[in-house]
Design a protein around this ligand. Structure first.
Ligand code: ATP
Length: 235
């Protein structure tokens, strides 16, 4: 289980998260919702160890990792697909995947892991030897998510996988996330501005507003609760 307890994050004097708590159980997907600037990315960055946590704690299966640097959290099984298409852009698609696989748990042999990715996203097989920076936004997002999942993580953070993509690509990516969640049985935390989309594929949801959790609960209830103004403003 992945736990965030009373975490506050500040960039210099500016506090962007205040006393946020969240629980993500294995075998479930947890949505983090909120408008632009609400603090979704900062929360994921705090979990992976790249945002400055001012107070509170982060636990992986009961182990307090708050003081542990990001690269060691990755070794403990955390994968973070960051917002903003973070790839080694001059490297080919296949080399990006290979690098990520090498630094992961290697639970699946490389040929099988690669075949799984190409079966799921055939366009990536066609582009295997193309520098990833030359791919379209949607294809780059497929590579980013595949780089995260190919590590066989125990905890997976996905930051706005739908950002800036055409609806058809968003559907493909969300189909993949749903399928991966079912197959892997790991804890997934999914930050999204598109609340309806995220609530449909998640088990629980947390709504952030200006760095605070203003609502949380099971996703069906949040989705159905369109009468509640707090949620409705994000749907
Ligand atoms: P978005 O969807 O735009 O990414 P978000 O909900 O993920 O929004 P964050 O990116 O976490 O929100 O940003 C929360 C607040 O923190 C914003 O006001 C943002 O300007 C600020 N912020 C984010 N990163 C930094 C940084 N490195 N230094 C200073 N302020 C930052």
């Amino acid at each position: 289980m992945l736990e965030v307890r009373d975490v506050s994050v500040a960039y210099g004097a500016i506090e962007v998260l205040r006393n946020v708590s969240l629980c993500a159980e294995p075998g479930t997907t947890t949505a983090v919702l909120g408008a632009n600037g609400a603090g979704k990315s900062s929360l994921l960055r705090a979990i992976s160890g790249v945002a400055p946590v001012r107070s509170g704690s982060i636990l992986f299966d009961g182990q307090d990792v708050t003081q542990i640097p990001a690269h060691r959290r990755a070794r403990l099984g955390l994968a973070h697909a960051m917002e903003g298409r973070r790839l080694f852009k001059p490297l080919s698609v296949q080399n990006n995947l290979r690098l990520s696989w090498q630094f992961g748990a290697r639970a699946v042999p490389w040929p099988t892991a690669l075949r799984d990715v190409y079966d799921r996203f055939p366009i990536l097989a066609e582009k295997a030897h193309v520098p990833s920076g030359l791919l379209s936004g949607g294809q780059q997002q497929m590579v980013i998510i595949s780089c995260a999942t190919i590590r066989s993580p125990r905890y997976l953070l996905l930051d706005e996988p739908s950002l800036g993509l055409a609806p058809i690509i968003v559907s493909q990516i969300y189909e993949f996330i749903t399928d991966f969640a079912q197959r892997s049985g790991i804890a997934i935390v999914l930050a999204e501005q598109m609340a309806t989309l995220a609530l449909k594929v998640s088990d629980r949801g947390y709504v952030l507003r200006r760095g605070r959790v203003v609502q949380h609960g099971d996703s069906c209830t949040l989705l159905a609760d369109s009468a509640a103004s707090l949620t409705a403003s994000y749907l």
